[in-house]
Design a binder for this molecule. Structure first.
Ligand SMILES: C[S@@+](CC[C@H](N)C(=O)[O-])C[C@H]1O[C@@H](n2cnc3c(N)ncnc32)[C@H](O)[C@@H]1O
Length: 269
């Protein structure tokens, strides 16, 4: 049975339709006028951005098709697993939940390092399809723009996912991590604009969201993991650069309405 689209998603869909129409009109109006050069490029950029947001709402599978994950499986899974193992070893992670886990490669590595329990959430069906058999049972399909209650985990993480989620859902997404984390939050987010990056932001934007909700940014642990990744041979400098490690909130916040309850007592290795 097809799931009903939540009201806020219906509203965001409508909003992105209006944005595309408005930016298209602006662009059409400017494209014949040479003397508005700067405005022309601005209108072009805004139209592209509006179209990406709209595509995210209407054609998620088109944005994240099989070939995207097939390629990740061939090209990135091995080194992501190694980076996951370094996370596990550096912080002696006992259990981990990964928000936007794709093939679950980081979780594979964390498990290699001895974690007792792992869980991954991912929206794209194709990702779960291409995940290795050994990790697939621990991956669940979920939309990170909705509140997820998955219990408490020693480490909650999200690697290069935040920029893929519409700004309207950024708070819920951050809260999903915060509510899942018992001790640590490992987080990276790109600030670069690209085809799938619909909310690229500076680190301060994300740090602000975590800190105002009671977490603290740990420069010491961030540097520690950066060094461990570098010493472990990581040549993905954007990841090292984008990394932020937070300590879980000390005072517990009350959440309004978690919509997805994942009581994961069965998710053990
Ligand atoms: C660049 S990939 C990173 C995947 C993984 N963290 C890694 O580093 O290999 C971004 C992932 O975010 C997922 N994603 C985007 N929006 C999502 C949403 N609303 N809910 C769950 N996953 C989402 C995409 O499907 C994609 O697999």
């Amino acid at each position: 049975m097809q799931r009903e689209i939540p009201i806020d998603q219906q509203k965001l869909l409508k909003k992105t339709e209006i944005e595309v129409r408005r930016h298209q009109e602006e662009y059409d109006h400017l494209k014949h006028k040479d003397d508005y050069l700067e405005e022309y490029w601005e209108a072009r950029r805004s139209l592209k951005h509006a179209r990406r947001r709209h595509l995210y709402m209407t054609g998620f599978e088109e944005m994240y098709p099989d070939r995207y994950y097939e390629k990740r499986n061939r090209r990135v899974r091995k080194w992501e697993r190694e980076l996951g193992q370094i996370i596990g070893e550096t912080f002696a992670v006992k259990s981990a939940v990964d928000f936007g886990c794709a093939l679950g490669s980081y979780l594979e590595g964390i498990r290699d390092a001895g974690a007792e329990k792992v869980l991954g959430f991912e929206k794209a069906e194709s990702a779960i399809k291409f995940a290795p058999d050994a990790i697939r049972p621990f991956l669940k399909q979920a939309d990170l723009g909705e509140s997820i209650d998955c219990g408490k985990w020693d480490c909650a993480m999200s690697i290069e996912v935040a920029e893929h989620i519409p700004e309207e859902y950024a708070d819920i997404f951050v809260e999903n991590l915060i509510f899942a984390a018992e001790r640590l939050i490992i987080f990276t987010a790109s600030q670069r604009s690209s085809h799938r990056h619909i909310n690229p932001q500076l680190p301060e934007y994300w740090i602000g969201k975590f800190v105002t909700r009671g977490c603290s940014y740990s420069n010491e642990l961030t540097q520690k993991l950066r060094k461990a990744w570098k010493d472990g041979g990581c040549n993905r400098f954007y990841l090292i650069f984008n990394l932020m490690v937070f300590l879980a909130q000390d005072e517990k916040l009350i959440r309004k309405e978690p919509v997805l309850i994942n009581n994961n007592t069965d998710i053990c290795l």
